[in-house]
Design a protein around this ligand. Structure first.
Ligand SMILES: Cc1ncc(COP(=O)(O)O)c(C=O)c1O
Length: 328
């Protein structure tokens, strides 16, 4: 089959059993490889849905610029969708994110507005204040250009693509019900959309939000914490809009994952199953493993690998000891 453009190739990502990663521990982790997409992340699906819904509703008119705040992956998805559909695209991004994603957006013809991090912030660690600064810059751009703001944090097209297309895909791929789903949350679109749909499909499934250990928002704790983390793509320590609207209906619990646990898991996924994901793939796998090690021993947990490890080659994620691998 010949496709008219890469837009038509988005979706239908495979699910693999993480046999090497789980080893002889009791239970199964199934991982949907969302990085197998033209922009190398799960956000390609969301980007196309947001643009097509905006076209249908008349919120986006022919040739109108599109602006989005992004840690990179949504920007890459939108850069692709906008390039192929004829909209100029401006991505507003914090300087704290990895350079690979910025370079990819530029390659797809996007204009990039880089926003300085809060003084005192660390590169690679995006704080709540950094996100606020990026938001302010985006509002200015929208006003200046008369642009359409895709707004992944509030746009219902984001969770909808998960609760419709992706859930349907998963239902056809699985042999039967899974026991749990765990997902590291940024906008919460993937968690909320998929957990809502999976609960309709498999009523006894348990759904867990994954949060950075050092910067949780929903997990209540009295520990004194750093408040920052390295897990690019989520964990913004602020209320997730989609999530809160349905709070209590789709979430059965939270799992906290440290930076080190996510990094170690990402490296093990690569070394043992040749699944090459980023920090959040590691966070999801580490969370699933924690669940198998406690309340879900012997059960099956579904996760996604949100983006490709190639997007973090410049970071410490892949600074492996020479000649060594994750299992030494
Ligand atoms: C790499 C990565 N992981 C996880 C997430 C979180 O996904 P969601 O926004 O659906 O919660 C994102 C979102 O941008 C991401 O880019």
């Amino acid at each position: 089959m010949i496709y008219d453009s890469v837009l038509e190739t988005v979706g239908n990502t495979p699910i693999v059993r993480l046999k090497g990663f789980v080893g002889d521990r009791p239970g199964t982790i199934l991982c949907k490889l969302e990085y197998l997409s033209p922009g190398l992340s799960k956000k390609d699906r969301v980007a196309i849905r947001m643009i097509e819904d905006a076209e249908r509703s008349g919120k986006l008119s022919k040739g109108q610029p599109v602006v989005e705040v992004t840690s990179g992956n949504m920007g890459i998805g939108l850069a692709i969708a906008c390039r192929l559909k004829g909209y100029p695209f401006v991505a507003v991004i914090s300087r704290g994110n990895s350079v690979e994603r910025v370079k990819m957006m530029r390659a797809f013809g996007a204009e990039i507005v880089m926003v300085d991090q809060d003084p005192g912030a660390q590169k690679g660690k995006i704080s709540r204040r950094d996100i606020e600064l990026v938001e302010l810059a985006a509002e200015e751009m929208v006003a200046r250009l008369g642009a359409y703001r895709a707004d992944q944090f509030a746009n219902p097209s984001n969770p909808e693509v998960w609760s419709t297309d992706v859930a349907a895909e998963i239902a056809t791929q699985l042999d039967g019900p899974v026991d749990a789903f765990a997902d590291f949350m940024g906008t919460g679109g993937c968690f909320w959309g998929l957990s809502a749909a999976l609960k309709r499909l498999y009523p006894s499934i348990r759904c867990y939000g994954v949060e950075p250990y050092e910067a949780p928002y929903y997990t209540k704790t009295s520990e004194s914490l750093r408040g920052t983390h390295s897990l690019q793509g989520g964990g913004y320590s602020r209320a997730i809009r989609f999530f809160d609207e349905d709070y209590g209906k789709t979430v059965d619990g939270f799992v906290r994952v440290t930076d080190d646990e996510a990094v170690e898991a990402a490296r093990e996924l690569a070394a043992k199953d040749c699944v090459f994901g980023g920090f959040s793939s590691g966070a999801n796998a580490a969370a699933a493993m924690k669940l198998l090690g406690s309340e879900l021993a012997g059960k099956t947990v579904l996760i996604v690998a949100p983006d490709s490890g190639t997007k973090y080659l410049s970071t410490s994620l892949w600074d492996l000891p020479e000649g060594g691998s994750a299992d030494g």
